[in-house]
Design a protein around this ligand. Structure first.
Ligand SMILES: Nc1ncnc2c1ncn2[C@@H]1O[C@H](COP(=O)(O)OP(=O)(O)O)[C@@H](O)[C@H]1O
Ligand SMILES: CC(=O)N[C@@H](CCC(=O)OP(=O)(O)O)C(=O)O
Length: 259
């Protein structure tokens, strides 16, 4: 089976020009088919504040009401997606910036309003990824760059957590490729002590995740990230890790998520 890499870059990297450029330098050189998924939550929050719109996050996910949705679409599928795509093209990597709506690559559904009404937030499963169309793009040498926007079957745009997009794309492509999924962010990995960059937890499985969650070691945006990572290893993704963007090529760095 051919190898394929799916990488998610977090909002703090996207928001830091020099960290993003350093990451893109490395990403552009990765051999073989690859898919990049980006967030950009920090910029969306800043844009919303500038427009006088308050940001509300629950369990690491954004409440996306009628005022927030256009901001999310403009920031994720617009500015950030096109900047990353252009920067990859400038590095000789044939990138194509897309959302889940393009070529019906991902069909999501609006999250039910109970127990929490998240507004225009989308959910989907790996089976909702258009694997054939994605594979066609990869086979002609296109490197897809996914933003955190999807659409439902009525054409409603939905804000969709970028970690979930990365995990579901990795699972969907695992039927065709040997997939490595890497969550890149600004820390050295999942940390035992959030204030100590040298306290990286080298492996996480379902059992120690439950304990670390109870102890409060893992919180905020790291909770859905690890849930998505565990879902990926449980569904056939070969290797999943969470690491610092600049350590991307260091196979010993970061936290490995395992069964
Ligand atoms: N144990 C932990 N180790 C590392 N980061 C953690 C931990 N617990 C919570 N976090 C937080 O999770 C954040 C990463 O999740 P998130 O904010 O969704 O980032 P991203 O945009 O990279 O997906 C980190 O910036 C950190 O503040
Ligand atoms: C529904 C939901 O929460 N969507 C995310 C999408 C962006 C994202 O995932 O960005 P980060 O990777 O920077 O967190 C949000 O709006 O924050």
């Amino acid at each position: 089976m051919q190898s394929l890499t799916v990488i998610k870059i977090g909002g703090n990297i996207v928001d830091d020009e020099s960290a993003l450029n350093a990451f893109l330098d490395i990403y552009a050189r990765i051999e073989g088919p690859k898919v990049l998924v980006h967030g950009g939550g920090k910029l969306a929050t800043r844009m919303a504040t500038q427009l006088g719109i308050e940001t509300q996050m629950v369990n690491g996910r954004r409440i996306t009401d009628e005022a927030m949705l256009p901001i999310a679409v403009m920031v994720y599928a617009g500015l950030i997606n096109k900047q990353i795509t252009a920067q990859l093209q400038a590095r000789g990597c044939d990138a194509m910036g897309i959302s889940g709506a393009d070529a019906k690559l991902i069909q999501s559904h609006k999250r039910p309003i109970e127990p929490i009404d998240y507004g225009y937030v989308g959910d989907f499963e790996a089976s909702d990824v258009n694997v054939i169309r994605l594979q066609q793009l990869l086979e002609i040498g296109i490197n897809p760059v996914f933003s955190a926007i999807t659409a439902d079957k009525e054409g409603q745009l939905l804000n969709t957590n970028a970690d979930t997009i990365a995990s579901n794309i990795a699972v969907a492509l695992a039927t065709k490729y040997k997939v490595a999924l890497v969550y890149c962010f600004e820390r050295k990995g999942v940390l035992q002590d959030i204030n100590d960059e040298n306290s990286v937890i080298t492996t996480i499985d379902q059992e120690n995740f439950t304990q670390l969650k109870q102890q409060g070691v893992i919180a905020d945006g790291m909770l859905p990230k690890i849930e998505n990572a565990l879902a990926a290893v449980n569904q056939g993704v070969d290797k999943v890790c969470i690491k610092k963007a600049e350590d991307l090529l260091d196979i010993k760095a970061g936290t490995t998520i395992q069964l």
